[in-house]
Design a protein around this ligand. Structure first.
Ligand code: HEM
Length: 400
């Protein structure tokens, strides 16, 4: 069937199309971007994500190879370890886990609160803001740079680069500009890693230094691999949380009753954030490549075919979620796949939750009466890589 996840028509309102696809053709073939099988049922998506032996994440950076990584179409760079398969990926994942463990995130909370207040103080007297530009894009960028021990002052460039990399469709000048900026960041990270590695007595500043000191199979990691890992953490950390948190502010702007509920019952905030992550599904689809012939829902699929696991559709499958299009602040159970599933499940999930909770709590405390500006909410022009918002304008009584 005709299905291009990068088209503007799809991005404007993907859910009715995905509902129809799931009901009528849950294993659909599309010729777009070299051809892929689109899966929209929760059970099929979960199966693909939890069976890496059959559904590979490998990205060979060779257009003649069938292994083209986790996005469709693939970007001109590979991400480590998310575009690797076990057992190779497991050793890398072990290195990442301590940076984002529940204990590490708990230690970061006061810092995240400081950065959040810094963002709010900057627009407090103005009486108007764009949630994306003023809060939900800068905050995750500042926090991620801080964790990595990279210069926090440089957040505008990082935020813009990783935001534009997912907000614009293939072939657009904005996307080409973002790739160019990412290459420049790559080159800088390369220099930085080489310099820091050359000085074993250096003061350890954060994640970059921890990765430089790490070993896989008893060997330190090559500089190129270190840069690939750092870039994945930046890309994973910077714009995904932006989409989920902006979606929350848009929803709460449109539903003052839900805002009141969260203010009266702050104990609901954790579960509500989980629900906003499901409802927005910032990473709406993940690609895999079949390593052997398989059958899905009675459909035979040969080896080396591209599979699109549609997380956004899975998260609204009525077979798994009651009233899936509604936000239920206290939804339980809420076993969504917005953070993925299986061995590559998002390593930053704890951090994303903490950032969202802290941002929402601060906004409800300091500017509870914000009102969305009519026509001020603008979605990404493509939802082929991320679901999110270019802008979400609001006004509020100035505060101190
Ligand atoms: C709401 C926010 C977030 C969402 C929805 C999200 C989504 C995802 C998803 C779906 C995956 C699985 C990819 C796959 O299976 O191919 C993933 C992996 C990953 N995420 Fe996140 N993410 C979020 C926040 C973060 C944050 C804050 C960080 C770090 C600062 C991060 C870093 C990563 C990394 C490094 C991986 C790769 C893990 C691996 O390959 O083992 N993410 N994320």
């Amino acid at each position: 069937m005709e299905f291009d996840h990068h088209s503007a028509g799809f991005a404007a309102d993907p859910n009715p199309f995905l509902r129809d696809l799931r009901e009528r053709c849950p294993v659909a073939w599309s010729e777009s971007h070299g051809g892929f099988w689109a899966l929209t049922r929760f059970a099929d998506v979960d199966r693909v994500l939890t069976d890496p032996a059959t559904f590979s994440s490998r990205h060979d950076l060779d257009p003649d190879s069938p292994f083209l990584g986790v996005t469709i179409p693939p970007p001109p760079m590979a991400f480590v370890p998310v575009e690797m398969d076990p057992p190779e990926s497991v050793a890398y994942r072990r290195i990442l886990n301590p940076l984002f463990s529940p204990a590490a995130v708990d230690r970061l909370r006061p810092r995240i609160e400081q950065f959040t207040d810094f963002c709010l103080d900057r627009f407090a007297a103005r009486g108007e803001l764009d949630f994306v530009h003023d809060l939900t894009s800068p905050l995750p960028a500042m926090v991620t740079l801080d964790i990595m021990g990279l210069p926090v002052d440089d957040w505008p460039r990082y935020a813009a680069t990783f935001h534009d990399m997912v907000a614009y469709p293939p072939g657009s000048p904005e996307l080409e500009g973002a790739f160019a900026s990412a290459q420049a960041i790559n080159a800088e990270l390369h220099d930085l890693v080489e310099k820091r590695r050359a000085d074993p007595a250096r003061i350890r500043l954060g994640g970059v230094d921890a990765l430089i000191d790490a070993e896989v199979g008893g060997e330190p990691l090559p500089v190129d691999v270190l840069v690939d890992i750092i870039r994945l953490i930046l890309a994973g950390g910077i714009d995904t949380t932006t989409g989920a948190a902006t979606g929350a502010f848009v929803y709460l702007g449109e539903h003052p009753d839900a805002r009141r509920t969260l203010m009266d019952r702050p104990e609901l905030l954790g579960g509500a954030c989980e629900e906003f992550v499901r409802w927005v599904t910032p990473t709406p689809l993940l690609a895999r490549t079949t390593t052997c012939p398989v059958e899905i829902d009675g459909q035979a699929i040969p080896e080396h075919e591209r599979i699109m696991a549609n997380l956004a559709a899975a998260n609204r499958d009525p077979a798994t979620f009651a009233a899936p299009d509604d936000v239920q602040l206290d939804r339980t159970p809420n076993r969504h796949v917005a953070f993925g599933a299986g061995i590559h499940r998002c390593v930053g999930a704890n951090l994303a939750r903490a950032e969202m909770e802290i941002m929402i709590a601060a906004v409800l405390r300091r500017m509870p009466d914000y009102e969305l500006t009519a026509g001020g909410v603008q979605r990404y022009r493509t939802s082929g890589v991320q679901n999110g918002f270019v802008a979400a304008h609001a006004t509020f009584p100035p505060f101190t």
